[in-house]
Write a protein that binds this ligand. Structure first.
Ligand code: HEM
Length: 159
C-alpha cells in the first residue's frame, strides 16, 4: 500500500502520517489567513477559504482514520512504550481527541448557521459579535488540537 510506505520526514513514520502531520501543522496558518480576509472585510474570499479549509480538513481526517485503522490504531504505534510514558501518551492523546472533536463540531455549527443567515438575511446580518466570538474560539481550538497532534507525532517517532 503506497501510503503505508515509510514517509519522507526521516522519522520512520508511515507516509500517510507524515502527510497528515504536515497538513495539520500548516492548517492554523491557513485558517489565520482566512480570518485576516474577514478582518479586511474581504468576505467573499473569507467564505471561499473557509469552505475550502473545512472540506480539505474533512478529507484529511477521513484519510487519516482509514489508514490509522489499517495499521491497527494508536495501540500499534505505542506498543513498544511502557510504564508512565505510555500513560502520558494516552493522556495527551485523549485530551487531543476531545479538543479536536469539539473544535470540528463548533466549526461545522458556525459554518452552517452563518451560511443560513447569509442566505436569508445577507452579509450584513453576520456582523454580530457571536460569529466573531465563536470563530475565534474555533481558531483557538484548532491551534491547540493541531499542535497537540504534531506533538504526539514527535513524541512517538522522534522523542
Ligand atoms: C458561511 C461562511 C462564512 C461567512 C459568510 C462569513 C462571514 C463573515 C463576516 C461577514 C464577518 C464580519 C463580521 C463582523 O464584522 O463582525 C466574519 C468575521 C469573522 N469570521 Fe466569518 N464567515 C464564515 C465562516 C466562518 C467560519 C467557519 C469561521 C471560523 C470557524 C469564521 C471566523 C471568523 C472570524 C474569527 C471573524 C472575525 C474577524 C475579526 O476579528 O474582525 N468565519 N465572517
Amino acid at each position: 500500500m503506497f501510503f503505508l510506505k515509510e514517509g519522507f520526514l526521516g522519522a520512520k513514520a508511515p507516509l500517510f502520517l507524515d502527510l497528515v502531520t504536515i497538513y495539520f501543522a500548516i492548517l492554523p496558518i491557513l485558517f489565520g489567513i482566512s480570518i485576516l480576509f474577514a478582518v479586511k472585510k474581504m468576505y467573499k474570499i473569507h467564505f471561499i477559504s473557509q469552505s475550502t479549509l473545512l472540506a480539505t480538513t474533512v478529507i484529511f481526517v477521513i484519510f487519516f482514520e482509514i489508514y490509522i485503522r489499517m495499521i491497527g490504531g494508536f495501540t500499534e504505534l505505542t506498543k513498544d512504550e511502557t510504564g508512565l510514558y505510555f500513560y502520558f501518551l494516552i493522556s495527551i492523546l485523549s485530551i487531543h481527541i476531545i479538543i479536536a472533536f469539539l473544535t470540528v463540531l463548533c466549526w461545522f455549527y458556525l459554518y452552517i448557521t452563518t451560511y443560513r443567515i447569509y442566505k436569508q438575511e445577507g452579509i450584513k446580518a453576520i456582523e454580530i459579535k457571536r460569529h466573531r466570538k465563536i470563530g475565534k474560539l474555533v481558531f483557538d481550538g484548532l491551534i491547540t488540537s493541531c499542535y497537540m497532534g504534531v506533538m504526539i507525532y514527535i513524541l512517538i517517532f522522534l522523542a
